[in-house]
Design a protein around this ligand. Sequence first.
Ligand code: HEC
Length: 260
Amino acid sequence: MSDIDGGSDAGRTDAGVRRDGGLNTDGGADAGASDAGGIDAGPRDAGPNHVPMVMPDILANRTTVYAGQVVDLALGVTDEDGDFLQFTWSGGGTFFENGNPSAQRWFSAETATPMTVTLNVSVTDGRSAPITRQIVINVTVPRFTDVYANILAVAPLQGGQCVGCHGTMGMFQIAGTRAGAYAQLVNAPHNRGAGCVNAGVPVMVTPGDVQRSLIYRKMTSTQPTACGDGMPAMSMVIPASPLQFIVTVGSWIRAGARDD
Ligand code: HEC
């Protein structure tokens, strides 16, 4: 071991000198064959690299979600050399970084049927081969209970975006009960008039058809002009519908807008 290290460090001017300053402590960690391979042999760095220590599993706060429900993901990694670590997360759906590239928040794409999604992360210190980990997430079709309790009926102070106005505005008072809200949406007429109907959006929700569902067209701001504004309506304080809410409402409609 020390022969190999000694040889490759000798006469090199690179960081290996600094990094290998404590050759004694290095011996153990480098003993594995992997480090002796071609990885460190390049002229860029003759010092012995330590492959990042990557936990075997991606941590997730849940592995079964309804479409649009957010999963918190994290991968535990340390690198003895303090190398810069590059993380690459991939898989269907949407990732957004959660404070650090080793942690992400994720939600699925819209789906009309249950599915499993395999998410991957690969991590590299730029010197050794990327190490990959996987996790399988089960995605279910959102129930109307989820749509109502987690999106439509959530008060603004709890992060909701609809009831703040739709109690008093827009001729659409979101009902105080789940059953009431279902009845006012599915195959229910809207108040945007014949212009909107003739533009191809006949009701609030058409089971199985997001294009003919006013609530979806407004949440995605793809409504015909005759159907009024996108939702949430232009407001200084309420941001556009987060994509995960659209995924939940859209999946529920695509799957038939069931009363469950
Ligand atoms: C800032 C206030 C405001 C917010 C927030 C808001 N809306 Fe609206 N909404 C309105 C107004 C005003 C109208 C009537 C004008 C129009 O249709 O463009 C309306 C109309 C609608 C209509 C048509 C109702 C009908 O019968 O014609 C739907 C559906 C709708 N909103 C859904 C939503 C949803 C879903 C949310 C939450 C994601 C939301 N809105 C958030 C103000 C708001």
